[in-house]
Structure formats: structure tokens, C-alpha cells
Write a protein of this length. Structure first.
Length: 162
């Protein structure tokens, strides 16, 4: 039997992949601990499109025969494709529309393979209301494996500037 899941991962069976409304949470309404997430299955098409847009055609992402002879023993998704899911949560949900990235740190801990379903989670760690800056903890998992973790610093939208 698998381990019992807790937190947002446990609720995935009961929610849509884009589980929470898209839009804007202004800094005046943010609170420490707020969290949003999305879930996405990474497809071959996602990897091909990312290679096209980014111009990163590394064969570890695109060529089965080449990738078999690497440390990963098979193709993997671009790390920045996985990180892009964090960007989607930040830009669409928390804080959402109007958010401006100021910085992002990332640690890639495990590969994401075609067909994997990634859960991208973002939570509010610190808020500087005077400067409209928000520090966010970021994490992506595949099943029980953390594949990416990091932190983002963003400029949050404010009702004062609407």
C-alpha cells in the first residue's frame, strides 16, 4: 500500500487540475501561509513545444536513443519547463494577474519524465506590505518525490494602483 497523502496532494482527487480561480489576490489580501497549486501531466508535445520556444534542443529531452545512454537512462523534461508551472501558479493564482517577478531560486532534485504528473505548489512565506514584495516558497512534486524546490520574490499587485 502507498503512503497516506496529506495536504493539497490528498485533495487532488476532489479538485480540478487548475483547482483555484485564476485572477488576482492584491497584496492587501495576502496572508502568510496562503497556498495555491496546479497539477499538469507533462507530455511529449509539451517538451517539443518548450524546445521550440526556448531553442533548447538538447537530445536528452528529445532523442530516446541518446537519452538511454545518459545518467537518466531515458528522456527527461527540461527543468525550466517544470519551473514554468511555478510561474503559472504565481502569474495566474498567487498573487496572480499583475504580479511581477523580481527573482527566483531553484534547485532541481529529480528528473521529470514524459507522462509524469507534476504538482506545482506556491505558498506565501513573507510579506513586505510597504514595498509590495512577497517571498514565496515553491515546490514541484511527482508523486511523493520532490523534483524542484525554491523561492520566488515578486512584486504583488495592489488596489492602490488600480
Amino acid at each position: 500500500m502507498g503512503s497516506k497523502r496529506t495536504g493539497p496532494a490528498a485533495m487532488l482527487d476532489h479538485r480540478h487540475a487548475d483547482n483555484l480561480p485564476r485572477g488576482t489576490i492584491c497584496i492587501e489580501d495576502l496572508e502568510i501561509g496562503m497556498m495555491r497549486y496546479l497539477q499538469k501531466q507533462i507530455t511529449d508535445r509539451d517538451i517539443e513545444l518548450f524546445a521550440e520556444v526556448s531553442t533548447d534542443h538538447n537530445p536528452v529531452h528529445l532523442d530516446d536513443a541518446y537519452a538511454e545512454d545518459t545518467i537518466f537512462e531515458g528522456r527527461i523534461a527540461h527543468g525550466m519547463l517544470t519551473a514554468g508551472l511555478i510561474s503559472a501558479v504565481i502569474g495566474e493564482q498567487l498573487p496572480g494577474h499583475g504580479t511581477i517577478y523580481m527573482g527566483q531560486s531553484l534547485k532541481f532534485l529529480a528528473p521529470v519524465r514524459p507522462g509524469d504528473t507534476v504538482l506545482a505548489e506556491v505558498s506565501v512565506r513573507e510579506i513586505d506590505y510597504a514595498k509590495r514584495r512577497v517571498t514565496l516558497d515553491c515546490r514541484c512534486t511527482v508523486g511523493d518525490t520532490t523534483v524542484l524546490k525554491g523561492e520566488a520574490l515578486v512584486l504583488a499587485p495592489s488596489r492602490k494602483f488600480d
